[in-house]
Design a binder for this molecule. Structure first.
Ligand SMILES: Cc1cc2nc3c(=O)[nH]c(=O)nc-3n(C[C@H](O)[C@H](O)[C@H](O)COP(=O)(O)OP(=O)(O)OC[C@H]3O[C@@H](n4cnc5c(N)ncnc54)[C@H](O)[C@@H]3O)c2cc1C
Length: 112
């Protein structure tokens, strides 16, 4: 980081040069920031809430989505499958406990 002082409308403000700025630090922002950090790149995070991860991310039920809700040709489905694989790899590498309990899907009409 290279701080310097500049004047905006007669008011001195501090300008800072940074490589990466992540605005909003839920699970996505944190993952992006962590990846930059892993690559030894400078990253600064900005969060409007009173704590990191306190937004929607704090509401999650922690279910690892399987893919069944998404259209088979969709990016969402491909991302879900790939993300799930990466997440289980991440858990295995770091010894994070998790429960792969499966899911029972019940068809309630002919369309299902
Ligand atoms: C009840 C509930 C249950 C869920 N259960 C699951 C589940 O079991 N499995 C699953 O995979 N997903 C689940 N989800 C979905 C999942 O929680 C979200 O998709 C995910 O947390 C979104 O993360 P995010 O980082 O994109 O957003 P957020 O967690 O919302 O993070 C965005 C952050 O940006 C900050 N921000 C916003 N604007 C600004 C700004 N201008 N400047 C600075 N900061 C800003 C916010 O304060 C917030 O902290 C659930 C969601 C809900 C609501």
């Amino acid at each position: 980081m290279k701080p310097n002082i500049a004047s905006a409308d007669g008011v001195d403000v501090e300008q800072v040069e940074i490589q990466h700025l992540v605005v909003g630090v839920g699970v996505i922002g944190l993952a992006v920031a962590a990846e930059h950090s892993r690559r030894r790149q400078e990253v600064v995070v900005l969060e409007t809430g009173s704590r990191i991860g306190g937004g929607i991310s704090s509401r999650s039920n922690k279910v690892i989505r399987s893919r069944i809700y998404y259209r088979s040709d969709s990016l969402k489905r491909r991302s879900c499958v790939e993300g799930r694989r990466l997440l289980y790899d991440y858990y295995a590498e770091r010894g994070v406990s998790n429960w792969k309990c499966g899911k029972l899907a019940i068809a309630t009409d002919d369309r299902d």
